[in-house]
Design a binder for this molecule. Structure first.
Ligand SMILES: N[C@@H](Cc1ccccc1)C(=O)O
Length: 508
């Protein structure tokens, strides 16, 4: 029998009595694992070996995990120092204990945040106590760090550590879990017979070289076949960001619900952002604290004169027999100031006023999924810019039931079926509702949007004489509910979670 060199090597290294892993065969034959896998499959085809497959989970320590495996966990070091300082008898000064513990930088925070959680003691107004009954030798995380292998080479198959502890270590970034397919090769009877009868090596060429081509040898040699199933190195290619993917899904869903898309400027006149929405000019959101003003140009050139007059009248005098308006100053120059839009309701105002695509007749439904800008403080749920899912429905007779039903239908498409509503106030809607959803891992209520039915004072000057219900929903918060991350910075910016961005598939 004649076989390729790699096949002969694998056949000779394999055994009929026990299964040998591809990695072990690679070590024994000095061939790369992908070559061994290829040869094994070819031999299996010829019935000379059997190949079995299983998925193994390997767990390794990260750099930080390795450091704690040697130096001990920060919270354990804090506990031991606290004991030395007598904190099991009387509270000790925290600053002093930390100083003595030798903990530095971020390790201090890590120690503090795990100390009480693990029952080592309490920390209160600058003082620390140590629970005399706590016992670091039964600390599940500390013990796990000791038995976990420290590098890929010695990574073991699923060690005997309970799931909760492993999850804890992973969350703290101390251990990494990875799944891999392990293939094992066993000689078949035919394989054993073939080996006994003797096998000749037929040389095959894996790669065409310039020498082969110029020398003409390519005509005589045998080329190896491609094996598309061979194990290959893990490769992380480019990917559409999940925020962008989800924005596309949201658009698809809304188009499916009969909505048309609005477009408009990111920088707009306060007139469209605020005045058309019956937002008084002295509203706190209109101060320089909240908005990003433009340095140049500072003002829009022109605004529709009749509309400006109608909006000004609504602000000053109100609308309808009982309307009172704000009876406060209204200044066209103030309305013409340019800013980055703080919501995309500016687009709704432009479209409803007939300023974009002409007069719109009921029934009509419009949406946009676009960026808005707010001068907020950065925290786990706020960024300076985010995507708003804006939308409105214009019809003769609309009620709160239509509004709630629309949200239920929309969010159900993303698997979210427990929306809650809270009465709210907006100058431009009455009634108004905030929307909440439940975070899938923390169980906390997360605000996901704001909505309502546009009031007369807004619609009359815009020339709309039927009902309009409307909303602005946060795309990033929808993502939070879908994928369970807790910090918006996991998907944005320098702190983002690359694994999450690489591995998350957007489904709906
Ligand atoms: N503009 C509101 C959302 C909204 C739009 C339309 C009607 C009601 C509320 C916000 O940004 O929070």
């Amino acid at each position: 029998m004649q076989l390729k060199e790699s096949q002969v090597a694998v056949l000779e290294a394999a055994s009929a009595d026990e299964a040998t892993s591809v990695d072990a065969l690679a070590a024994a034959t000095d061939l790369p694992p992908e070559t061994v896998t290829g040869a094994a499959f070819e031999l299996e085809e010829a019935d000379l070996v059997a190949v079995s497959e299983r998925v193994d989970e390997t767990i390794t320590l990260t750099d930080e995990g390795r450091a704690y495996a040697t130096d001990r966990l920060p919270e354990v070091r804090l506990y031991e120092t606290a004991l030395e300082a007598g904190a099991d008898e009387a509270p000790a000064q925290m600053g002093q204990v930390i100083g003595q513990s030798g903990l530095e930088g971020p390790q201090v925070d890590i120690a503090l945040s795990n100390y009480a959680r693990k029952g080592y003691g309490a920390i209160d107004s600058g003082e620390i106590t140590a629970d005399p009954d706590a016992d670091p030798s039964v600390d599940a995380e500390a013990n796990a760090l000791e038995v976990l292998p420290s590098d890929e080479e010695t990574a073991v198959e699923r060690v005997d550590i309970d799931e909760k502890t492993l999850e804890g270590l992973e969350r703290r970034g101390l251990a990494d879990r990875r799944e891999s397919t392990v293939r094992e090769v066993t000689l078949t009877e035919a394989g054993v017979t073939a080996l006994m009868e003797g096998i000749e090596t037929a040389e095959t060429i894996g790669q065409v070289t310039p020498d082969l081509l110029t020398g003409g040898d390519w005509e005589d040699v045998e080329f190896a076949e491609y094996n598309v199933e061979a194990d290959a190195e893990r490769f992380d290619g480019g990917n559409v960001h999940i925020l962008r993917q989800t924005a596309e899904r949201v658009k698809d869903v809304l188009v499916g619900m009969g909505f048309q898309e609005m477009e408009g400027p990111h920088v707009d006149a306060d007139f469209w952002i605020n005045d058309c929405l019956f937002m008084p000019q002295d509203h706190p959101a209109r101060t320089h604290w909240d908005r990003f003003a433009l340095e140049a140009p500072t003002h829009i050139d022109d605004l529709p004169a009749q509309l400006v007059a109608d909006v000004e009248r609504a602000h000053r005098e109100g609308v309808g027999a009982d309307g009172e308006g704000y009876r406060s100053p209204w200044d066209e120059d103030f309305a013409r100031a340019l800013a980055l839009r703080g919501h995309t309701t500016s687009l709704s105002a432009r479209y409803l006023a007939g300023h974009e695509i002409g007069e719109i007749d009921p029934p009509a439904r419009y949406f946009s999924v676009e960026k808005v800008y707010r001068n907020d403080t950065l925290d786990p749920t706020h960024l300076l810019e985010f995507f708003q899912i804006e939308g409105w429905v214009m019809a003769e007779d609309l009620s709160v039931r239509d509004l709630m039903g629309t949200f239920e239908e929309f969010y159900a498409q993303f698997g979210i079926t427990d929306i809650e509503f809270k009465p709210h106030y907006n100058p431009y809607t009455e009634p108004s509702f905030e929307l909440f959803g439940t975070h899938p891992t923390t169980g906390e209520l997360v605000e996901i949007g704001n909505s309502g039915i546009f009031r007369e004072e807004m619609l009359e000057p815009l020339g709309v004489d039927c009902d309009v219900m409307a909303w602005g929903l946060a795309l990033e918060r929808l993502l939070m509910l879908m994928y369970g991350f807790e910090d918006i910075r996991d998907i944005h910016g320098t702190l983002c979670d690359l694994e999450l961005l690489r591995n998350t598939e957007v489904t709906y």
